[in-house]
Design a protein around this ligand. Sequence first.
Ligand code: ADP
Ligand code: MG
Length: 567
Amino acid sequence: AAQKETLGFQTEVKQLLNLMIHSLYSNKEIFLRELVSNASDAADKLRYLALQNGDLYEGDAELRVRLSVNKDAKTITISDNGIGMTRDEVISSLGTIAKSGTADFFKNLTGDQAKDSQLIGQFGVGFYSAFIVADKVTVRTRKAGESEAVEWESQGEGDFTIAEIEKAERGTEITLHLREEESEFLETYRLRGIVTKYSDHISIPVELYKDPVPESEGPDGEKIEAQPGEWEAINKATALWTRDKSEISDEEYKEFYKHVGHDWEEPLTWAHNKVEGKTEYTSLLYIPKKAPFDLYNRERQAGLKLYVQRVFIMDDAEQFMPSYLRFVKGLLDSNDLPLNVSREILQDNKITQAIRKGCTSRVLKMLERMGKNKPEDYQAFWNEFGNVIKEGPAEDFANKDAIAKLLRFSSTHTDEKTQNVSLEQYIERMKEGQDKIYYVVADSFEAAKSSPHLEIFRKKGIEVLLLSDRVDEWMMSHLTEFNEKPLQSITRGDLDLGDMDDEETKKAHEESEKEVEGLVERVKTALGDKVKEVRFTHRLTDSPACVVADDHDMSSQMQKLMEQVGQ
Ligand code: ADP
Ligand code: MG
């Protein structure tokens, strides 16, 4: 007696469903990619657990996913023999969105469909995309090694039902009851086309049933042999990263990214490398186009998918990328790590360190190359991820120079907010006699741009970098020079621009100092203990005075930060 229970979707799921059905309709065939991608993940997970406990295979270790259609019932069924789900897993995976920060994210939706639909890309589409083409979805699943099986069913509106069922085969079977107008997906050639387009790289076979052919007679009365019906793989079914680079098309790399990256946009770029020698591994690293909504969430899972000798081991292995490259997606396949490797073992491990070092410099090189060869792509990258890269100089001392090359700034050269000036470009434009890279940090771009400290620089035509992001102060405290040129804040200490003055200017300065003799003393007396020192400056042209920090003092922005945290 199967008891059926009705449960409500989490509010955000309802919003996501709504958004998805309307905004992805023009690309509706991707539902199949998402479901096949999940089946492949489920196979990976089972294979991993079976390393420890072979019984989980229940005598069937040939993992695959099968597609079948029922034209009368107007249904498609996608069935896998992967890990399956328990009742609790079904409820949490297919009833909620289990990403931290989700609720906040959904609060930002505007109700404007065009705008909001772009946001769902940051989210990944996943299982719920089934409702783009189906008005009812039935999921029957049994977890490997368990006896209880469950059936989940929903029309994609407010709620779903869940009931206990009998299911002999381990794994998950998803039946889509197609909407009236979606019967095109009942044609197997159509399904075959979609699988070839999106899922060729999936490492388990995706099979379609080939109908039996009865014995018959040919036109000349000859006998045509009967053919039994059978399941036939319609994809390549070899792990993409194990194939030779020269045999993989850009399209294949892009589709594979959507699978490993759980992203629906294409990547910006990627690097695929087989490393041989002391440590042997293959890495396939992607730079996404768009930042995920939770890039700054501390609880966010980030990292690479880890395989050992082709066997999936874990998602989100964060040990192989430094935090300032946490947006990188992709995978690693190691030949040296043990199959029973755990997060704890990875934590403190020579092989991990070697791979991390290799992957880090691989990514830095890939970005540097993009900056040189595809400046437009690089600008798009910088606009999305620049603030994360800015954490680099503090985190990764060894790669400080490589990171500094990647930085982009606003500057008085254009006075535009877009951060598009590199330190190398700055150096090329340096004035005769200028030996430092000058910058100013302020609370906003406008404040930086109109800082009184800039007056003398503008007058002399010396470029100054304009910094105003929250991390800038902190970054600059770790970045003291680039290509042997010191970086100098123009609000700090004594600015000696004298070397760049001509004789006439120098004389004029001396004379003007004489004219106001005694002024410094009077100001000093008036301000008393409030200041450390009062001195003449020639750095101002229009403003009468400005406050500067000592070389070793905290800057005003840092002081404000400290006050905020109650110091
Ligand atoms: P994602 O794949 O990005 O995690 P999905 O929405 O595609 O998100 O799937 C949500 C979750 O549902 C998966 O993480 C997985 O736990 C579970 N799931 C979906 N399909 C299957 C399946 N065929 N077998 C086992 N678990 C599945
Ligand atoms: Mg998925």
